[in-house]
Each structure stands twice: as structure tokens, then as C-alpha cells.
Design a protein around this ligand. Structure first.
Ligand code: ADP
Ligand code: MG
Length: 201
């Protein structure tokens, strides 16, 4: 079973990974965007960590809902509302249970990713975060609890954005010139699943 502490560990690991990789995320965003993805997420996850410390939520769903709210209110870029929606929708799907099963988390994440697709109007292959998120939740659905498989699927999905042409977000303004670069959002999504695997570790 996954308890509230597990979800706090997940977000703490995500915050640490984003801090460590912020420079790389911003570098990727400088190639096909506006060079703020690392700093956007750093600001967002710093706010998440502060909020979780200030009023510790009492259930897995409440941890994710609070984190999502913080991302939406603290990140100005496209990624803030998108990641905020991912966490809020996933948290809402978990309800107020004190513990959830890995299968319930897989199902909730599927709903969260569907909400991201709906909000941003993107689908797999558009060179966005969905190229990492969708394979990750698919892997999680097949082998609930094997978070390493989801981590690997997300990383492979992020890498597979390199040859794609962006069809959504800022990078799409570049047309064919977006080809040959890894998508920053798919890269940060892979970090979120790396953090999940660490928390389960
Ligand atoms: P901004 O583009 O506003 O500067 P960020 O740099 O923080 O925001 O985030 C950029 C990332 O957001 C992209 O690399 C992409 O993965 C993701 N993204 C942008 N638009 C969309 C969308 N419509 N649907 C899904 N993901 C998107
Ligand atoms: Mg940007």
C-alpha cells in the first residue's frame, strides 16, 4: 500500500531532481523555447515543498491536490497549468483514502494524463510532455507497482521526441527547426517518474 508519506517522498524526490537538472531543462528550452523551463519548475516545486511543510496534508490525494494547486499558482509558463492539472486530477481520482494500491495510483495517473491532453489539446507524437507521460502510465497499467518500468518508459519517450517536429506549444512556432532537439517538458516528465521510482525504491 502507498501511504501519505510515500507521496511526500515522491514530491521531495521530484523537487531534488528538478533542482539538480534545472540547468539542463533550461538549456533544452533555450534550443526550442524561451529558456525558462528549468527555472519555471524550480520555482513551482520550491512552492510545493514549502506548502507541504506548512500544512501537511493527511492523505495521498490531498498531497497531490495541494501540489497541483501550488504549481498552477506559482508557474507562469505553459507547464505550470499542465503539471498542476496532472497532479490535481490524479489527486482527485485518489479521493481521501489514507492509503492506495499501486493499481489505484496507475488508474488515477491515467486520468491525470488524460486531463493534461484535454487541457493542452496535444497527443502523443506532438513533441510535448505527453510523449513521456503516456508511455509511463501505459507501463504502469501493465505492471502496477513496477515503478521502474514506468521510469524507463518515460525516459525512452523523452528521448524519442528528438526526431519529432513540435505541433504544440512554443516549440511549434519553429516548425521543422524544432526537429533534432529533445523536448524540455518530456524531459521533466521523465524526472517525475524517476522520482516516483526512487520513492518506491
Ligand atoms: P512555456 O512554453 O510557456 O515557456 P515551459 O517552458 O515551462 O513553458 O514548458 C514548455 C513545455 O511544456 C514543452 O516542452 C512541452 O513539453 C510542454 N507543453 C507546451 N505546450 C503543451 C501542450 N499544449 N500540451 C502538452 N504539453 C505542452
Ligand atoms: Mg519555456
Amino acid at each position: 500500500m502507498l501511504d501519505t508519506e510515500f507521496f511526500r517522498r515522491w514530491l521531495a524526490a521530484a523537487t531534488a531532481l528538478i533542482d539538480r537538472e534545472a540547468g539542463r531543462l533550461t538549456e533544452l528550452d533555450s534550443a526550442i523555447g524561451d529558456a525558462d523551463h528549468g527555472s519555471n519548475l524550480q520555482r513551482g516545486f520550491t512552492a510545493v515543498a514549502a506548502a507541504l511543510d506548512k500544512e501537511p496534508p493527511q492523505s495521498p490525494g490531498a498531497v497531490l491536490t495541494l501540489a497541483g494547486r501550488q504549481l498552477i499558482s506559482s508557474v507562469g509558463g505553459a507547464s505550470g497549468p499542465l503539471y498542476g492539472t496532472l497532479l490535481r486530477r490524479t489527486g482527485k481520482a485518489l479521493g481521501d483514502a489514507a492509503e492506495v494500491t499501486p493499481a489505484e495510483l496507475a488508474e488515477a495517473l491515467r486520468a491525470g494524463v488524460a486531463a493534461v491532453a484535454q487541457l493542452g489539446g496535444a497527443r502523443a507524437g506532438d513533441k510535448t510532455m505527453l510523449d513521456a507521460l503516456e508511455p509511463a502510465v501505459a507501463a504502469l497499467g501493465e505492471t502496477a507497482g513496477t515503478f521502474a518500468a514506468a521510469r524507463d518508459a518515460a525516459a525512452a519517450g523523452a528521448l524519442a521526441t528528438v526526431p519529432l517536429q513540435a505541433r504544440k506549444g512554443r516549440a511549434s512556432y519553429l516548425g521543422e527547426r524544432s526537429i533534432g532537439h529533445q523536448d524540455p517538458g518530456a524531459t521533466s516528465s521523465a524526472l517525475l517518474f524517476e522520482a516516483l521510482a526512487e520513492a518506491a525504491g
